[in-house]
Design a protein around this ligand. Sequence first.
Ligand code: GLC
Length: 489
Amino acid sequence: MKNKFLKNSPKVLLATAELNPIAKVGGLADVLGSLPFALKELGCETRLIMPKYGCVDVKKYQLKKIVSLNIDFSGLKKTNLWQGVLAKGVKVYFIEQKEYFNNKEVYWGNNEERFLFFSLAVCEFLPFLKFKPRIIHCHDYHTALIPSILKQYRTEKKFKAQDDFKTVYTIHNLNYQGVSSLSLLDKIILPNKEKLSAIIAKQIPAAVINNQINFMVAGIISADKITTVSPTYAKEITTSQYGAGLEKLINKYKNKLSGILNGIDESLINPNKDQSLVLNYSPKTLIKKTINKLALQKEVGLKEDGKAPLIAMICRFTEQKGLELINEQMLKLNYKGKKEIESQFVFLGTGEEKYQKTLLNLAQKYPKRFNLQYKFDPQLAQRIYAASDIFLVPSRFEPCGLTQMFAMRYGSVPLVRETGGLKDTVNSKNGFSFHDFSTKQFLMTLEKALEVYLSNPKSWQKLQFQGMTQDFSWRKSAQAYLKLYKSFK
Ligand code: GLC
């Protein structure tokens, strides 16, 4: 594909810890793996910068070394900058530093220290990119200190006057803030010989609480604009219920905050093309979904029964995801208050042990009706979307959530809690939702969904059809980001 970048479109550099398909832990990777392509289609040249983890395939992404620097981070650290190319010609810069990023894992050890180094390296390599971004767009706490460092570089005239960039900081999850002792920032000595810790303590004291630096707070204060990943979450984080202790601060800066809903990559998330399914299908051939259900039941060892409603959940098993609402009562719901429903459940994910235990107990007690796949397996995830009838996302909070959109594309009807991006994407035309974080409301809603599924196939198909044909593409969101990038004078 030839580049057709529009002249008046700002150039953008996205700084991230995760990028699908290179290094994925959560939804952050999916977003970064799609947004640059959508921006490119709008004529906006976007490049990415990330650490060169041990899992980065040098051949596949045609990596070439550009430059090496000795970066001072309490001692000189030899660091290399590489450039690679993603599928559709989008360029990615990789920062190689053996001590911090040689491992295949994204997160391990002292993450604050590792990503502080990454943030410094991004700033140091900026003049060597052969690409002059107008916007540096940082994602999550890992890159939240970039705006503060760049501001300081500019004040101290480390960059030329024409290198006038603006910073955007996107919060994907306010609950991971990146907190470390302030002395960690002693490792960075600014061009005027002052320590970054001293500058931050002087200029943004709110980022220092009890001698600890909060990366997220520094990002919120220093970035020129802040975004989060859905309009509802943008409102929620100004309240004490969802503000994770930062609601007052967020309120103070709410004029520069906006919520832009994530999209999904519709070319990848498509049941009609998905290679991991036993049979492809579209909204017109929904009947074939049953074949996928039977195949999955066989694969995981549930009772093979095309008529049994199959309910799925795929997530990281953490407090955020609402797993406290999951219990045995789910398996004892009645049809119209009379007969017990022979429903089936499949859960896929990894995470905290206490949740694994609860799920495992259910799986042991009901081997033909409840199945736990305790692993990270994207292909199996796709077969589950295709096989399931109902998809659960009962999160306590959910900045955006992508799985409900994936499920809808596969004709699996979402049942969600009304929060964040779940509220912005699921409604009575395409799914089911409940308001309070309570087992009672959750079970009532599940019972209602099961009743519609069992007694009203026409209404059910309508819900499926609506979800499958709705526009969840990145185009709209990319337009909103572009508008934001262009808003800088
Ligand atoms: C985080 C959030 C999730 C969001 C994703 C991508 O993982 O928890 O809600 O969809 O980031 O923005």
